[in-house]
Design a protein. Structure first.
Length: 392
């Protein structure tokens, strides 16, 4: 069993408890056959960022999600998207585009449930691409995950960029004033410099916030172990993905000496991955992302499996668009009890909805009955490639 079973890291309070109902929404059994899919539009967007977003493997200046829009014979519509991050996995944008175009051509004229099953059978070929279609079908079907019976606030974490003491102090005060209570610090380049920077953040936040450290797979086994065993645990919630995704043994070695719980991210794409993580001593959390699970229903199953394995689930894609972040927030409101990482929409210069997602007091604020619509003018302006499909 993983370290930290059945406990929130650091005794952090359940910040979403007041918003979470007793039971998670569950898709209802289909009692009738829905109208067949008759139209699909695929778009590739180019969304400039407010400022460059630096990861260990890439610096983003723009996001380029694939947006899938579907319509059935009765006029019901649904949409979702997926952002393939070059370098994060073996998926490529070229391969993802090819996957989506092939599958959309194949599912025209099919009932949504049949179409979803057809796409998810081929999920392993391109996970992000398959999820864009699978989630769009869920939205078209009116999934209970996106039904918001009462207004809800879903807390978010904030990325950080400061390096000097003065920069960090200023950044911490500004983000605290905006309502953030969880800070993410990127590490993985230089063990000593990273430890110094983490120490500066610990001093700056005091007991007012918690910290998440993310190596984005950048540490070697030895450097990861030296970093992890040298951490002073005060206010550190977790240490994320020390080594490469496929290096399970190296990540386990880091977790075995870490003074704080380790969280696995990139390797977690299936229930089997979650079960494997649960057997590693020192791994206390798993981070899941909608784009790696195929649908909101499968994502929730994964989140529940994490907790059943004695770990704590974390959810969210920091390079997702407003669409992906909305869908993840809808699932998060009933399943997670820590700050969400679905904050990519705050990094982009543009929103995609007619009524944009609202951010206030450190949280996504979703009003009761919220049903977003894509803004046609914005979609057209940001589209750099598109394709359309119709049933015969």
């Amino acid at each position: 069993m993983a370290t930290g079973a059945a406990k929130m890291p650091l005794g952090i309070p359940d910040i979403n408890a007041s918003a979470r109902p007793n039971r998670s929404p569950r898709p209802k059994h289909r009692e009738f056959i829905m109208a067949p899919l008759t139209k699909a539009t695929l778009r590739r967007l180019r969304m400039p960022l407010i400022r460059p977003y630096k990861l260990s493997y890439k610096t983003f200046e723009e996001f380029e999600p694939f947006v899938v829009e579907l319509e059935d014979a009765d006029g019901r519509r649904g949409f979702a998207d997926g952002h393939i991050s070059p370098g994060s996995s073996s998926e490529t944008r070229e391969g993802g585009w090819a996957f989506i175009t092939a599958r959309l051509g194949e599912i025209m004229g099919r009932e949504p449930g049949e179409a979803s099953a057809h796409v998810l059978k081929q999920f392993d070929e391109s996970k992000v691409a398959a999820t864009a279609i699978g989630a769009a079908i869920e939205v078209l079907e009116g999934s209970p995950y996106i039904a918001i019976p009462a207004a809800v606030a879903v807390p978010l974490l904030t990325p950080t960029s400061g390096h000097t003491a003065a920069e960090i102090e200023q950044e911490v005060e500004e983000r605290l004033a905006e309502g953030f209570r969880t800070f993410k610090i990127k590490v993985g380049k230089d063990v000593d410099a990273d430890l110094t920077r983490v120490g500066l953040f610990q001093k700056a936040v005091g007991k007012r916030a918690t910290l998440r450290l993310d190596a984005n797979r950048a540490f070697s086994r030895d450097d990861g172990m030296r970093f992890a065993r040298s951490l002073k645990p005060e206010q550190i919630e977790l240490f994320e993905q020390p080594c490469e995704s496929a290096e399970w043994a190296a990540n386990a070695d880091v977790a075995s000496v870490s003074t704080v719980p380790v969280m696995l991210d990139e390797p977690i794409c299936t229930l089997a991955d979650i079960d494997r993580a649960a057997g590693i001593n020192g791994v206390g959390l798993c981070k899941l992302k909608l784009k790696r699970f195929g649908s909101m229903a499968r994502l929730q199953e994964g989140l529940e499996r994490v907790r059943a394995g004695g770990m704590e689930p974390v959810l969210g894609d920091g390079i997702g668009s407003e669409i992906q972040n909305w869908l993840e927030a809808c699932v998060a409101r009933t399943t997670i009890r820590n700050a969400g990482e679905f904050n990519g929409f705050l990094k982009s210069k543009d929103t995609l909805f007619v009524e944009p997602l609202k951010f206030e007091a450190g949280a996504i604020q979703i009003p009761a009955g919220f049903k977003p619509r894509l803004d046609p003018a914005k979609m057209d302006r940001l589209t750099i490639e598109s394709a359309e499909f119709r049933a015969d």
